[in-house]
Design a protein around this ligand. Structure first.
Ligand code: ATP
Ligand code: MG
Length: 180
C-alpha cells in the first residue's frame, strides 16, 4: 500500500510544517545524531494510534509537542498526517486517497481524522490492522526492537506474524464476538 507523503507540524523537533514525500522503492533517511530521524518514525507510529507516551520517549503524550528552542517559541499543538495512495483499494476505505491525521493540543485534547472527518482511535487502528500494518507490527521496527522480537516468547512472536499476515484483526473480532 503506497505511503506517498508524511506531513509533520509541531511534532517533537519539527517546529515548522515539514513535508516528506516517498517515492516508489526504498526511502532512506540520513542525518547526524539528534537530527530527528527517530522522531520521523515516532510521528508515523503516533498517527497510527500509539497510546504509550513512554514508547515515544516521553512521560506525557503532550511531550510530543515542539517544546521550543533558543530561537523559537513552543508550539501550541502537534499534527501529523499520513497520505496513502489507495487506488488499488489496499486500505479498506472507499476513497482513492486516504489521509490519516492526528492532532494534540497543549490542553491534552487529542483528535483523529480520516480524510478530514473526525473518527475514533479504534477506527484508525482498524484501518491499519485490516491491511496487516499497525503501529506495533513488524512494519515498523525501532531501535532495540530486533532484540526484543528475538527474545520474545513463542506466543508473542506468533502474534506478530499473525498481525503481519493480517489475520489478527479477525482474531480480535472473534474474541469480541465471544464476549458478547
Ligand atoms: P540518533 O542518530 O542519535 O538516533 P536521531 O536523528 O534519531 O538521532 P531523534 O532522536 O529523532 O534524532 O531527535 C532527537 C532530537 O529531538 C533531540 O535534539 C531532542 O531535543 C529533540 N526533541 C525531542 N522531543 C522534542 C520536543 N518535544 N520539542 C523539541 N525538540 C524535541
Ligand atoms: Mg535515532
Amino acid at each position: 500500500m503506497p505511503l506517498t507523503e508524511l506531513i509533520i507540524d509541531g511534532f517533537k523537533s519539527f517546529a515548522e510544517k515539514t513535508k516528506i514525500e516517498f517515492d516508489t522503492g526504498i526511502t532512506g533517511i540520513v542525518g547526524p545524531n539528534g537530527s530527528g530521524k527517530s522522531n520521523i518514525t515516532e510521528a508515523i507510529r503516533w498517527v497510527m494510534g500509539e497510546s504509550s507516551a513512554k514508547s515515544l520517549r516521553g512521560s506525557n503524550m503532550k511531550d510530543v509537542i515542539f517544546a521550543g528552542s533558543e530561537f523559537r517559541k513552543p508550539a501550541n499543538h502537534a499534527e501529523v498526517s499520513l497520505i496513502f495512495d489507495n487506488k488499488k483499494g489496499e486500505l479498506n476505505f472507499k476513497d482513492d486517497q486516504v489521509i490519516v491525521t492526528r492532532r494534540i493540543l497543549r490542553s491534552g485534547d487529542n483528535e483523529y481524522l480520516i480524510n478530514k472527518k473526525s473518527v475514533r482511535q479504534r477506527d484508525v487502528r482498524a484501518l491499519f490492522l485490516d491491511s496487516g500494518i499497525s503501529q506495533e507490527s513488524l512494519a515498523i521496527i525501532s531501535q532495540g526492537r530486533v532484540d526484543q522480537v528475538l527474545n520474545s516468547r513463542p506466543e508473542e512472536r506468533r502474534s506478530l506474524f499473525e498481525e503481519a499476515a493480517g489475520v489478527l484483526h479477525f482474531k480480535k473480532q472473534k474474541e469480541e464476538a465471544k464476549v458478547q
